[in-house]
Design a protein around this ligand. Sequence first.
Ligand SMILES: NC(=O)C1=CN([C@@H]2O[C@H](COP(=O)(O)OP(=O)(O)OC[C@H]3O[C@@H](n4cnc5c(N)ncnc54)[C@H](O)[C@@H]3O)[C@@H](O)[C@H]2O)C=CC1
Ligand SMILES: O=C([O-])CC(=O)C(=O)O
Length: 341
Amino acid sequence: MESSAEATQRIARISAHLLPPNFQVLSFHLFSIMEGSSILRRADCRAKGGAPGFKVAILGAAGGIGQPLAMLMKMNPLVSVLHLYDVVNAPGVTADISHMDTGAVVRGFLGQPQLENALTGMDLVIIPAGVPRKPGMTRDDLFNINAGIVRTLCEGIAKCCPKAIVNLISNPVNSTVPIAAEVFKKAGMYDPKRLLGVTTLDVVRANTFVAEVLGLDPRQVDVPVVGGHAGVTILPLLSQVKPPCKSWTGSATLSMAYAAVKFADACLRGLRGDAGVVECAFVASEVTELPFFATKVRLGRNGAEEVYQLGPLNEYERIGLEKAKKELEASIQKGVSFIRK
Ligand SMILES: NC(=O)C1=CN([C@@H]2O[C@H](COP(=O)(O)OP(=O)(O)OC[C@H]3O[C@@H](n4cnc5c(N)ncnc54)[C@H](O)[C@@H]3O)[C@@H](O)[C@H]2O)C=CC1
Ligand SMILES: O=C([O-])CC(=O)C(=O)O
């Protein structure tokens, strides 16, 4: 099989035939630099021609969600710099993604000693780091491992990019968001608008399933999903589905990466100043008596600039809401106590 070095030389030879003579020298020069250099050098080469845009870091970038998420963010025209951090395999994933001929410059960061460099200067930090569920586990079973991981990563954010918008994917989201909030409070930089638990997968799923039942294009369906992101706390408001209607395993990685990108893109459009960017997210909230709750939020230059009320609920949804709040309260408290203990 052709090695990557051989492939690079072959592409260089072909390009040289296709390019005008003055570009041929440049082409060989560039390819020899690329082949002999480190991953970081490759990224720096491209940085000179990099597109304007936002700086985004993915923490846990080598995982089941992290890899497709990194690929999709590399394709996002709003991203100029993409930092890929993980405790394993970050260089390999970075090398692979960096060969995509899109505008964003990609840089890889491996292990705790490189966390601060990964985070410095970032506008948006997306966190899919941590262990996923295995069959038979609840999301809360992940708490013991993921709570510590999220704490460490958020301490890094507090130090290196305190103004960044944070999209938290690691489960259990109902507890990891309160953990992040407590870490940020301790560091004296907590801004509730900038911390968002990603519940987009619930919306994406609800849109897809409802569209299937109604025979519609899922892109035309909008199901608000409120509450939180676990069991009974996930409350789709089917009475508020748009367009209005009369009737009605392992852990996700690819659809979650899609959902994470949909949400991150909305955050970046908000940062850019676009009007009317609205998504569901698990945020600090006064919509119920609980300190955090997932509802529709309007995303702007400062993050979640407006948190929307629930709107009218039917009887079924009101009962669901009470169940959701009970479980959510315990999960939030568990996260808060983890840091305050
Ligand atoms: N919010 C949501 O809707 C969803 C959340 N999830 C959650 O996302 C998380 C990740 O899931 P997968 O990607 O499938 O898991 P995975 O195990 O495939 O990937 C996790 C990655 O995190 C890395 N990691 C572990 N400790 C780290 C640390 N201290 N710093 C940086 N990276 C670290 C691992 O090396 C691995 O590459 C899980 O907690 C899962 O439950 C999954 C699906 C949906
Ligand atoms: O179920 C899991 O463990 C992963 C997750 O949050 C989801 O797929 O909604």
